[in-house]
Ligand binder design. Sequence first.
Ligand code: K7E
Ligand code: CUA
Length: 657
Amino acid sequence: MSFTRIDALGASGLAVLLAAAVGVGCSPRPTGQVSSTPAGSIANLMKERGLSEADVSAALQTYMPTGKKDEYYTFASGGHGGNMIVIGVPSMRILKDVRVFTPEPWQGYGYGDQSNQILKQGSRFGKEMTWGDMHHPALSETGGDYDGEFVFVNDKANARIAVVDLHDFVTKQIVTSELIQSDHGATFVTPNTEYVIEASQYPAPLGGGYAPIEDYKDKYRGAVIFWKFDREKGRIDPDRSFAMELPPYMQDLADAGKLGSEGWIFINSFNTEMSYGGTLEGNPPLESGASQNDMDYMHIIDLKSAEKVAAEEGKTKKIAGMKVIPLDIANEEGLLHFVGEPKSPHGICVTPDGKDLVVSGKLDTHATVYSFEKIKGLIDAKKYDGKDAYGVPILPFKDSIRGQVELGLGPLHTQFDNKGNAYTSVFIESTVAKWSLKDLKLLGKQKVHYNVGHIVTAEGDTVSPDGRYLISINKWAIDRFAKVGPLLPQNLQLIGIDGEQMQLLYDMPLPLGEPHYAQMIKADKLDPIDIYKPAGIDVFTGEKSEFAVKAKEERIERKPDGVHVYMTAVRSHFTPDIVRVKKGDTVHLHITNVEQAIDATHGFTIGSYNVHASLEPGKHVDITFVADREGIFPFYCTEFCSALHLEMAGYFLVEPG
Ligand code: K7E
Ligand code: CUA
């Protein structure tokens, strides 16, 4: 693309530019207004700032005038920030930082009994954790389309899954199974969100516990958990979930079949060499040991049949409380097949029509396109190329694929548009490659900055992607932004994909975590609430709290388990505003924001007691703590809510015991 500078444009060029500006602008204006704009001002701006025509075009495609709203939401994982970031597209404005595995005071998450209970659900082996490593958000689906109701996320480090409700953008549940010790093929959902998929990454003895690493091949295993989602309750039901044992390869990304391939699950793997490191003990390092074979194995799982087997008597084992189909039963029942995939693959992506699967190997230059029909035919005909060391049948690679397309160095992950094109991130050469699914031809490349991991297109994982936008989630930012010390923000680059050529539109620095993956959904599919109704809602049950407080019913009660303070918050006071307790008392604060007006949020803190809450309109919060230090502790509203916000305060008096 040629970037024309304004000084080379001339008067007619500028007129064309302005006409184009009206055409692509987000807010159509009467044409008459354009001619009244002094043309010189835009020209001067471009000149002063050194902007090209392409720059102005990009600006006009992303700029949001005040009050205008974005067309899409992007839900990006926060990596080892343990959070999820919600970004508006095309403006790339951050709309929310949803806390999931980590506390965050502004939203009151991890402060107060309700949200602490959620974080506690994520304890493993009795240990509470205050962080997570989030990689792959998955929006809930109906008929293979995002429905805007829930988003699921994983924690790779601690093998956990969380449910975020998009009615209020709050984490409602964390589940974990000690069956596995890490995950990565998570989260992915089946086309009607019957199951949330979590495949382990690093093999270990199932259920936890110790086994010598020399026993890797015998004692270490992978597993995939199918977490049953109860949409009505909006929660995962661990009792109706089950798992399948897998060989000790490192299972990687996963995807669920759709349309013709619905009911099937596909999981990549690497390290089929079963290398486990030991560089000080005379072994090759893990990464070179794991890159010896030319092919690793794609895991193909017949979920519908697995579901039946899991329900049969005697076909499963209980490990760490989880119902598990052992590998020998999976083999006996024909639930698991392998097919070779080019060395150390990363992305595995089912095409929108459900007919093909695109796999890219980090150490291979191709995207390999498998045909589900061919795979299914080979499984039905039991046409195998032998079995692996664990008795899993291997389908012949050549007969499974539709073809390969050469993309460049280090292809990773593929997304789709509405015109039959695929887009693959190419890590080593820092590009996004566009290619045609039909004839497997490379159509073009867009440079990105730098080292792109995953990419996401609008509605890209559904049966009907939108095209329009692609975000390149880059791992390195190096020279893109003003310097902020050695830890750089991530660089999310918005790319327009409606034209024949991709167009880079926007660089967004993201200093809130490392997004590994994201999903982009049409904004009008979401219908979040403005207010918790009626006032007194416990956000984590979604029901009115038994401790909800009404105006005029505020009180302080001394009970055998401590002092119960029933408090309301409303502009611009807390009632009661004086709370007297004795040193050593257990204090139960029950605070309801009784307001029912949009954005009438209050905060609550008692200084030096590490007590904090965010009280959105209608929200109820319980806070339990021991008043273990005597003194005078002012409490106040932390959210600037009104003209008399500073006066929204009171005293917590702790008398000597
Ligand atoms: Cu960082 Cu999908 Cu976990 Cu890759 S992941 S690019
Ligand atoms: Cu309520 Cu400030």
